[in-house]
Write a protein that binds this ligand. Structure first.
Ligand SMILES: [Zn+2]
Length: 368
């Protein structure tokens, strides 16, 4: 005969097992990474049949995940507003160049508040220099790192210095180190730990990663490569549970060079693939991570618009109708034509992280 305790346990009714298996445990360990093809890319150069050659990694990964064929950006077609809509779950209409924070709470804030998560648990690593305020609408949110901007500022300072026509690597390194000590909020980073003083471990990690990068075998040639490099260091050092990675090189399209635009897409595909490889290789991420990849926005179509791929202001289908690829933990395999939208991403991530949060978006049922 079962004791009362055995009976309760067998029925799954003890408090511990109910809480452990149904409420907290699945989300306590879950991590989410949002990757944006920021700067905007069209279907034509990505998942349209003629675009697949540019994205070999994503084209292959698509078969392992869930692909939403019709993910729409119905908001303002600027960079800051598009990505702010993704991370807040509400269509944003703030300053296009990042002079205002998002107008409603971000996923990072909601997560930190509800799950009592620490300052190292939420990060945004962005190539776009106007994203310094992307981490929060006001309260404690994500640490934001703008690696390319940090590097540019360091190089500029060195070149401006007395007797320095050309930035040499040692001087850049020294300048970077002091910038990370002094505090350059809004220029290269915003860290929540300890107010204006950058946490020593964060400072060391970032400095080390930047220095390794500028002294590495390849000349630092791309903001997105640096963003990837810093992201990987942050994952290895701090294992954040919520991470936004903004690639942005492809917005070079505004300058009118189609070949550079294509090169940036090919590179972003490769870097996104490498990020997925890191998730698989890192035991703190493997089998616990849901990765969501989507273009921030599209670009103008070639028909009936003046400039085609150069801009993203026409508001036509080529600008708005994008895709979303979900990979990893809790993702069913398959694809769907059902229209979803950018604001559904935050609601979906909130569900995965065990955060109760009302946004205009809806959690996607294929991801749990
Ligand atoms: Zn642009």
């Amino acid at each position: 005969m079962l004791s009362k305790r055995d009976f309760l346990r067998a029925a799954g009714l003890t408090v511990a097992s109910r809480v452990t298996t149904q409420a907290f445990e699945p989300s306590a360990d879950r991590k989410v990474i949002i990757v944006t093809f920021g700067g905007g890319v069209r279907y034509a150069e990505t998942f349209a049949p003629e675009g697949l050659a540019n994205i070999p990694r994503l084209a292959a990964l698509k078969n392992e995940g869930f692909f939403y064929r019709d993910c729409r950006n119905l908001g303002v077609l600027s960079h800051f507003n598009s990505t702010a809509s993704i991370v807040t779950g509400n269509w944003q209409r703030v300053d296009d160049f990042g002079f205002q924070p998002p107008a409603s709470p971000t996923l990072f804030e909601s997560y930190r508040k509800q799950r009592n998560a620490g300052a190292m648990d939420a990060w945004a690593i962005c190539t776009n220099k106007s994203f310094a305020t992307m981490g929060t609408s006001g309260g404690p949110g994500a640490n934001v790192i703008l690696p390319k901007q940090l590097l540019i500022e360091a190089v500029k300072d060195v070149v401006r210095g007395p007797g320095m026509g050309v930035a040499d690597r040692e001087n850049v390194q020294r300048r970077l180190e002091s910038m990370l000590q002094e505090g350059y909020e809004g220029v290269g980073w915003t860290i929540f730990k300890e107010g204006r003083q950058l946490d020593h471990r964060v400072q060391q990690t970032l400095t080390q990663a930047m220095v390794e990068y500028i002294n590495g075998p390849d000349a630092p040639s791309s903001g997105d490569e640096l963003t990837f490099f810093i992201t990987r260091e942050v994952m290895r050092e701090f294992s954040p549970r919520v991470l936004l990675v903004n690639f942005w090189d492809m917005d070079v399209a505004h300058w009118g060079a189609y070949s550079l635009y294509l090169q940036a897409i090919v590179r972003t595909d490769r870097l996104t693939g490498m990020l997925w490889d890191e998730v698989q290789a890192n035991p703190r991420y493997k089998d616990k991570t849901t990765l969501l990849v989507l273009p921030e926005l599209g670009r103008d179509g070639d028909v009936n618009t003046a400039n085609g791929f150069l801009n993203h202001r026409s508001g036509d289908a080529s600008c708005r109708n994008m895709w979303l690829l979900a990979l990893g933990a809790g993702v069913a395999k398959g694809e769907s034509e059902k229209p979803v939208s950018h604001i559904d991403v935050a609601a979906t991530c909130a569900d995965l992280l065990g955060v109760k949060w009302a946004t205009a978006g809806k959690a996607l049922p294929e991801i749990s």
